[in-house]
Design a protein around this ligand. Structure first.
Ligand code: TYM
Length: 334
Protein backbone atom coordinates (compact mmCIF):
# COMPACT_ATOMS: atom_id res chain seq x y z
CA UNK A 1 0.00 0.00 0.00
CA UNK A 2 2.80 2.42 0.83
CA UNK A 3 3.97 2.91 -2.75
CA UNK A 4 0.37 3.85 -3.54
CA UNK A 5 0.81 6.80 -1.17
CA UNK A 6 2.70 9.90 -2.22
CA UNK A 7 5.16 12.37 -0.78
CA UNK A 8 3.55 15.06 -2.91
CA UNK A 9 -0.04 16.31 -2.72
CA UNK A 10 -2.75 14.29 -4.38
CA UNK A 11 -5.76 16.46 -5.03
CA UNK A 12 -9.17 14.90 -5.67
CA UNK A 13 -12.53 16.57 -6.19
CA UNK A 14 -15.81 15.94 -7.96
CA UNK A 15 -18.83 17.70 -9.40
CA UNK A 16 -22.26 16.27 -10.10
CA UNK A 17 -23.46 16.31 -13.73
CA UNK A 18 -26.93 17.46 -12.75
CA UNK A 19 -28.66 20.82 -12.86
CA UNK A 20 -26.86 23.87 -14.19
CA UNK A 21 -23.23 24.55 -13.32
CA UNK A 22 -23.20 28.03 -11.79
CA UNK A 23 -20.91 30.78 -10.61
CA UNK A 24 -20.84 29.25 -7.09
CA UNK A 25 -19.44 25.99 -8.48
CA UNK A 26 -16.92 27.94 -10.52
CA UNK A 27 -15.72 30.28 -7.77
CA UNK A 28 -15.99 27.78 -4.90
CA UNK A 29 -14.53 24.77 -6.69
CA UNK A 30 -13.38 24.82 -10.34
CA UNK A 31 -11.29 28.00 -10.19
CA UNK A 32 -9.44 26.46 -7.20
CA UNK A 33 -8.89 23.26 -9.21
CA UNK A 34 -7.34 25.26 -12.06
CA UNK A 35 -4.92 27.03 -9.71
CA UNK A 36 -3.91 23.74 -8.07
CA UNK A 37 -3.10 21.94 -11.30
CA UNK A 38 -0.27 24.43 -11.95
CA UNK A 39 1.61 23.25 -8.85
CA UNK A 40 4.28 20.72 -9.82
CA UNK A 41 4.10 19.08 -6.38
CA UNK A 42 0.44 18.22 -6.86
CA UNK A 43 -1.20 15.44 -8.79
CA UNK A 44 -4.77 16.41 -9.61
CA UNK A 45 -7.71 14.08 -10.21
CA UNK A 46 -11.12 15.53 -11.07
CA UNK A 47 -14.25 13.48 -11.35
CA UNK A 48 -17.72 13.72 -12.88
CA UNK A 49 -19.74 12.07 -10.12
CA UNK A 50 -22.60 10.52 -12.06
CA UNK A 51 -23.32 7.90 -9.37
CA UNK A 52 -24.02 10.77 -6.98
CA UNK A 53 -26.33 12.37 -9.56
CA UNK A 54 -28.62 9.31 -9.64
CA UNK A 55 -29.33 9.58 -5.90
CA UNK A 56 -32.24 11.74 -7.12
CA UNK A 57 -34.32 10.88 -10.23
CA UNK A 58 -32.62 11.65 -13.58
CA UNK A 59 -33.75 11.35 -17.19
CA UNK A 60 -31.18 8.90 -18.71
CA UNK A 61 -30.91 10.79 -22.01
CA UNK A 62 -30.35 14.13 -20.27
CA UNK A 63 -27.89 12.64 -17.78
CA UNK A 64 -25.79 11.21 -20.63
CA UNK A 65 -25.67 14.69 -22.23
CA UNK A 66 -24.93 16.42 -18.92
CA UNK A 67 -21.88 14.20 -18.35
CA UNK A 68 -20.30 15.41 -21.60
CA UNK A 69 -21.40 18.99 -20.95
CA UNK A 70 -19.67 18.90 -17.57
CA UNK A 71 -16.53 17.45 -19.18
CA UNK A 72 -16.57 20.34 -21.69
CA UNK A 73 -17.09 22.87 -18.89
CA UNK A 74 -14.22 21.49 -16.79
CA UNK A 75 -11.94 21.86 -19.84
CA UNK A 76 -13.34 25.26 -20.85
CA UNK A 77 -12.70 26.57 -17.32
CA UNK A 78 -9.05 25.57 -17.64
CA UNK A 79 -8.67 21.94 -16.56
CA UNK A 80 -5.90 20.65 -18.79
CA UNK A 81 -5.95 16.88 -19.40
CA UNK A 82 -2.17 16.86 -19.85
CA UNK A 83 -1.81 18.21 -16.28
CA UNK A 84 -4.85 16.75 -14.50
CA UNK A 85 -6.83 13.54 -14.79
CA UNK A 86 -10.49 13.92 -15.69
CA UNK A 87 -12.81 10.91 -15.59
CA UNK A 88 -16.36 9.70 -14.95
CA UNK A 89 -17.02 8.06 -11.56
CA UNK A 90 -19.14 5.17 -12.90
CA UNK A 91 -16.38 4.20 -15.35
CA UNK A 92 -14.40 2.88 -12.38
CA UNK A 93 -16.32 0.14 -10.55
CA UNK A 94 -13.93 0.45 -7.58
CA UNK A 95 -15.93 3.47 -6.33
CA UNK A 96 -19.12 1.46 -5.79
CA UNK A 97 -17.27 -1.53 -4.39
CA UNK A 98 -15.32 0.49 -1.85
CA UNK A 99 -18.50 2.42 -0.95
CA UNK A 100 -20.22 -0.88 -0.12
CA UNK A 101 -17.39 -1.97 2.13
CA UNK A 102 -17.31 1.44 3.86
CA UNK A 103 -21.09 1.20 4.33
CA UNK A 104 -20.49 -1.74 6.59
CA UNK A 105 -18.30 0.43 8.83
CA UNK A 106 -20.62 3.46 8.92
CA UNK A 107 -23.30 3.98 11.55
CA UNK A 108 -26.82 5.06 10.65
CA UNK A 109 -26.56 7.82 13.27
CA UNK A 110 -23.56 9.37 11.51
CA UNK A 111 -25.46 9.67 8.24
CA UNK A 112 -28.60 10.88 9.99
CA UNK A 113 -26.65 13.92 11.16
CA UNK A 114 -25.67 15.08 7.65
CA UNK A 115 -27.19 18.51 7.05
CA UNK A 116 -27.22 18.17 3.26
CA UNK A 117 -29.25 14.97 3.54
CA UNK A 118 -31.66 16.71 5.92
CA UNK A 119 -32.08 19.62 3.46
CA UNK A 120 -32.49 17.38 0.41
CA UNK A 121 -34.96 14.98 2.03
CA UNK A 122 -36.97 17.71 3.78
CA UNK A 123 -40.59 17.98 2.61
CA UNK A 124 -40.21 14.85 0.46
CA UNK A 125 -42.60 11.97 1.10
CA UNK A 126 -39.99 9.55 -0.21
CA UNK A 127 -36.32 9.50 -1.16
CA UNK A 128 -33.75 6.88 -2.13
CA UNK A 129 -31.39 4.96 0.13
CA UNK A 130 -28.70 6.34 -2.23
CA UNK A 131 -29.46 9.89 -1.11
CA UNK A 132 -28.98 8.85 2.51
CA UNK A 133 -25.80 6.96 1.67
CA UNK A 134 -24.35 9.71 -0.54
CA UNK A 135 -21.54 10.73 1.91
CA UNK A 136 -20.19 7.16 2.03
CA UNK A 137 -19.82 7.09 -1.76
CA UNK A 138 -18.07 10.45 -1.50
CA UNK A 139 -15.72 9.01 1.15
CA UNK A 140 -14.98 6.10 -1.22
CA UNK A 141 -14.17 8.56 -4.05
CA UNK A 142 -11.65 10.35 -1.86
CA UNK A 143 -10.06 7.41 -0.01
CA UNK A 144 -9.69 5.24 -3.14
CA UNK A 145 -7.00 7.58 -4.50
CA UNK A 146 -5.09 8.09 -1.24
CA UNK A 147 -6.07 11.73 -1.55
CA UNK A 148 -4.18 14.27 0.56
CA UNK A 149 -6.32 17.36 -0.24
CA UNK A 150 -9.93 17.92 -1.29
CA UNK A 151 -10.78 21.38 -2.70
CA UNK A 152 -14.50 22.06 -2.20
CA UNK A 153 -17.01 24.72 -1.22
CA UNK A 154 -18.22 25.09 2.38
CA UNK A 155 -21.30 22.90 1.82
CA UNK A 156 -19.10 19.79 1.47
CA UNK A 157 -17.18 20.30 4.72
CA UNK A 158 -19.31 17.92 6.76
CA UNK A 159 -18.91 15.20 4.10
CA UNK A 160 -15.14 15.53 4.35
CA UNK A 161 -15.37 15.28 8.13
CA UNK A 162 -17.21 11.95 7.89
CA UNK A 163 -14.64 10.81 5.29
CA UNK A 164 -11.89 11.59 7.79
CA UNK A 165 -13.75 9.73 10.56
CA UNK A 166 -14.13 6.66 8.33
CA UNK A 167 -10.50 6.90 7.29
CA UNK A 168 -9.30 6.92 10.91
CA UNK A 169 -11.68 4.13 11.89
CA UNK A 170 -10.44 1.88 9.07
CA UNK A 171 -6.80 2.81 9.67
CA UNK A 172 -7.04 1.97 13.39
CA UNK A 173 -8.69 -1.36 12.68
CA UNK A 174 -6.59 -2.40 9.68
CA UNK A 175 -3.27 -0.73 10.16
CA UNK A 176 -3.05 2.32 7.92
CA UNK A 177 -5.06 1.57 4.80
CA UNK A 178 -5.81 5.12 3.73
CA UNK A 179 -4.27 8.60 3.60
CA UNK A 180 -6.06 11.12 5.83
CA UNK A 181 -7.49 13.80 3.51
CA UNK A 182 -7.59 17.52 4.34
CA UNK A 183 -10.35 19.81 3.08
CA UNK A 184 -9.21 22.88 1.11
CA UNK A 185 -11.80 25.61 1.40
CA UNK A 186 -11.15 29.05 0.00
CA UNK A 187 -12.54 31.43 2.60
CA UNK A 188 -13.71 34.17 0.25
CA UNK A 189 -15.53 31.95 -2.25
CA UNK A 190 -16.56 29.06 0.01
CA UNK A 191 -20.22 30.00 -0.04
CA UNK A 192 -21.56 32.10 -2.89
CA UNK A 193 -25.15 32.95 -2.02
CA UNK A 194 -28.34 32.88 -4.06
CA UNK A 195 -29.20 36.09 -5.95
CA UNK A 196 -32.81 36.02 -4.81
CA UNK A 197 -32.20 34.96 -1.21
CA UNK A 198 -28.80 35.84 0.28
CA UNK A 199 -29.49 33.58 3.27
CA UNK A 200 -29.29 30.50 1.06
CA UNK A 201 -26.38 29.29 -1.04
CA UNK A 202 -26.45 29.51 -4.82
CA UNK A 203 -27.60 26.03 -5.75
CA UNK A 204 -27.80 23.80 -8.84
CA UNK A 205 -31.01 22.25 -7.67
CA UNK A 206 -32.81 25.56 -7.10
CA UNK A 207 -36.15 25.64 -8.94
CA UNK A 208 -35.65 29.37 -9.58
CA UNK A 209 -33.17 30.15 -12.42
CA UNK A 210 -32.99 33.76 -11.23
CA UNK A 211 -31.23 32.55 -8.06
CA UNK A 212 -28.04 31.58 -9.91
CA UNK A 213 -25.82 32.64 -12.79
CA UNK A 214 -25.24 29.63 -15.03
CA UNK A 215 -21.78 29.37 -16.57
CA UNK A 216 -23.41 29.25 -20.01
CA UNK A 217 -25.95 32.05 -19.42
CA UNK A 218 -25.96 34.66 -22.22
CA UNK A 219 -24.87 38.28 -21.48
CA UNK A 220 -28.53 39.42 -21.66
CA UNK A 221 -29.62 36.82 -19.10
CA UNK A 222 -26.68 37.66 -16.81
CA UNK A 223 -27.58 41.39 -16.95
CA UNK A 224 -31.22 40.61 -16.24
CA UNK A 225 -30.49 38.28 -13.32
CA UNK A 226 -28.08 40.74 -11.69
CA UNK A 227 -30.52 43.60 -12.21
CA UNK A 228 -33.19 41.57 -10.41
CA UNK A 229 -30.88 40.37 -7.60
CA UNK A 230 -32.23 41.35 -4.19
CA UNK A 231 -30.45 44.13 -2.28
CA UNK A 232 -30.51 45.27 1.35
CA UNK A 233 -32.15 48.28 2.93
CA UNK A 234 -30.17 51.49 2.47
CA UNK A 235 -28.30 52.36 -0.68
CA UNK A 236 -24.64 52.16 0.29
CA UNK A 237 -22.35 49.76 -1.60
CA UNK A 238 -20.75 48.41 1.53
CA UNK A 239 -20.14 44.88 2.81
CA UNK A 240 -21.27 43.97 6.34
CA UNK A 241 -23.04 41.36 8.43
CA UNK A 242 -26.27 43.35 8.35
CA UNK A 243 -26.06 43.53 4.52
CA UNK A 244 -26.03 39.92 3.29
CA UNK A 245 -27.25 40.69 -0.25
CA UNK A 246 -24.78 43.45 -1.11
CA UNK A 247 -21.98 41.54 0.66
CA UNK A 248 -22.64 38.58 -1.63
CA UNK A 249 -22.63 40.77 -4.74
CA UNK A 250 -19.41 42.48 -3.64
CA UNK A 251 -17.89 39.10 -2.95
CA UNK A 252 -18.77 37.90 -6.46
CA UNK A 253 -17.40 41.15 -7.94
CA UNK A 254 -14.10 40.76 -6.05
CA UNK A 255 -13.76 37.08 -7.01
CA UNK A 256 -14.40 37.54 -10.75
CA UNK A 257 -12.07 40.55 -11.01
CA UNK A 258 -9.40 39.33 -8.56
CA UNK A 259 -9.72 42.55 -6.57
CA UNK A 260 -10.19 43.44 -2.91
CA UNK A 261 -13.72 44.19 -1.68
CA UNK A 262 -12.52 47.43 -0.03
CA UNK A 263 -11.18 48.61 -3.39
CA UNK A 264 -14.48 48.01 -5.12
CA UNK A 265 -16.39 49.72 -2.28
CA UNK A 266 -14.20 52.79 -2.83
CA UNK A 267 -14.95 52.81 -6.57
CA UNK A 268 -18.68 52.93 -5.87
CA UNK A 269 -18.71 55.45 -3.02
CA UNK A 270 -21.63 57.78 -3.61
CA UNK A 271 -23.08 55.57 -6.38
CA UNK A 272 -26.36 53.70 -6.23
CA UNK A 273 -27.19 50.04 -6.76
CA UNK A 274 -27.93 50.65 -10.47
CA UNK A 275 -24.36 51.65 -11.42
CA UNK A 276 -22.91 48.95 -9.20
CA UNK A 277 -25.08 46.22 -10.70
CA UNK A 278 -24.27 47.33 -14.27
CA UNK A 279 -20.55 47.11 -13.54
CA UNK A 280 -20.94 43.76 -11.76
CA UNK A 281 -22.87 42.31 -14.70
CA UNK A 282 -20.14 43.50 -17.07
CA UNK A 283 -17.42 41.95 -14.89
CA UNK A 284 -19.23 38.59 -14.77
CA UNK A 285 -19.89 38.64 -18.53
CA UNK A 286 -16.20 39.38 -19.23
CA UNK A 287 -15.12 36.55 -16.91
CA UNK A 288 -17.44 34.02 -18.53
CA UNK A 289 -17.00 35.06 -22.20
CA UNK A 290 -13.74 33.14 -22.87
CA UNK A 291 -15.07 30.11 -20.96
CA UNK A 292 -18.25 30.10 -23.05
CA UNK A 293 -16.30 30.45 -26.28
CA UNK A 294 -14.13 27.44 -25.42
CA UNK A 295 -17.15 25.49 -24.20
CA UNK A 296 -19.02 25.95 -27.49
CA UNK A 297 -16.06 24.56 -29.43
CA UNK A 298 -15.48 21.65 -27.05
CA UNK A 299 -19.10 20.51 -26.90
CA UNK A 300 -19.09 20.19 -30.69
CA UNK A 301 -16.40 17.47 -30.39
CA UNK A 302 -18.12 14.80 -28.32
CA UNK A 303 -15.83 11.96 -29.45
CA UNK A 304 -12.79 13.90 -28.30
CA UNK A 305 -14.46 14.50 -24.91
CA UNK A 306 -15.25 10.78 -24.58
CA UNK A 307 -11.63 9.96 -25.39
CA UNK A 308 -10.29 12.36 -22.74
CA UNK A 309 -12.60 10.77 -20.14
CA UNK A 310 -11.68 7.20 -21.15
CA UNK A 311 -7.96 8.03 -21.06
CA UNK A 312 -8.40 9.60 -17.62
CA UNK A 313 -10.18 6.53 -16.30
CA UNK A 314 -7.48 4.18 -17.65
CA UNK A 315 -4.73 6.35 -16.19
CA UNK A 316 -5.96 6.25 -12.60
CA UNK A 317 -7.19 2.62 -12.68
CA UNK A 318 -4.02 1.21 -11.08
CA UNK A 319 -4.36 3.49 -8.01
CA UNK A 320 -8.01 2.58 -7.50
CA UNK A 321 -7.42 -1.14 -8.06
CA UNK A 322 -4.50 -1.24 -5.66
CA UNK A 323 -6.36 0.50 -2.84
CA UNK A 324 -9.44 -1.66 -3.29
CA UNK A 325 -7.46 -4.87 -3.37
CA UNK A 326 -5.68 -3.93 -0.11
CA UNK A 327 -9.00 -3.06 1.53
CA UNK A 328 -10.58 -6.34 0.45
CA UNK A 329 -7.64 -8.32 1.77
CA UNK A 330 -7.75 -6.45 5.07
CA UNK A 331 -11.44 -7.10 5.71
CA UNK A 332 -11.15 -10.76 4.72
CA UNK A 333 -12.61 -10.64 1.21
CA UNK A 334 -9.61 -11.68 -0.85
P1 TYM B 1 -21.70 19.68 -6.24
O1 TYM B 1 -21.78 19.07 -7.59
O2 TYM B 1 -22.97 20.04 -5.55
O3 TYM B 1 -20.82 20.99 -6.28
C1 TYM B 1 -19.55 21.01 -6.90
C2 TYM B 1 -18.60 21.91 -6.11
O4 TYM B 1 -19.11 23.25 -6.07
C3 TYM B 1 -19.14 23.71 -4.72
N1 TYM B 1 -20.28 24.63 -4.56
C4 TYM B 1 -20.18 25.90 -4.11
N2 TYM B 1 -19.12 26.63 -3.72
C5 TYM B 1 -19.36 27.91 -3.33
N3 TYM B 1 -20.60 28.47 -3.32
C6 TYM B 1 -21.70 27.76 -3.70
N4 TYM B 1 -22.89 28.31 -3.70
C7 TYM B 1 -21.51 26.41 -4.12
N5 TYM B 1 -22.35 25.44 -4.56
C8 TYM B 1 -21.58 24.36 -4.82
C9 TYM B 1 -19.31 22.44 -3.89
O5 TYM B 1 -18.90 22.64 -2.56
C10 TYM B 1 -18.43 21.47 -4.66
O6 TYM B 1 -17.08 21.62 -4.27
N6 TYM B 1 -20.77 15.86 -3.18
C11 TYM B 1 -20.17 16.76 -4.10
C12 TYM B 1 -19.46 16.08 -5.24
C13 TYM B 1 -18.48 15.02 -4.84
C14 TYM B 1 -17.17 15.24 -4.33
C15 TYM B 1 -16.61 13.96 -4.15
C16 TYM B 1 -16.46 16.42 -4.02
C17 TYM B 1 -18.65 13.68 -4.94
N7 TYM B 1 -17.53 13.03 -4.52
C18 TYM B 1 -15.33 13.82 -3.65
C19 TYM B 1 -15.16 16.25 -3.50
C20 TYM B 1 -14.61 14.97 -3.33
C21 TYM B 1 -21.26 17.63 -4.72
O7 TYM B 1 -22.39 17.26 -4.80
O8 TYM B 1 -20.81 18.76 -5.29
Amino acid sequence: MDQNKLNTKRIFSGIQPSGVLHLGNYLGAISQFVKLQGDTNSECIFCIVDLHAITVPQDPKILREKILELAALYLACGIDPTKSTLFVQSSRPEHSELAWILNCFTNMGELNRMTQFKEKSENKSNYSVGLFDYPVLMAADILLYQTTHVPVGEDQKQHIEITRDLCERMNNKYNGLFTLPEPMINKQTARIMSLDDPNNKMSKSSPSPSSYIGLTDSPEIIREKIKRAVTDSGSEIKSGEDKPAISNLLNIFAAVTDREIADIEKDFEGNGYGEFKDALAQAVISKLAPIQEKYNKLIAGKDELRKILADGSAKIAPIAQKTLSEVKKSVGLG
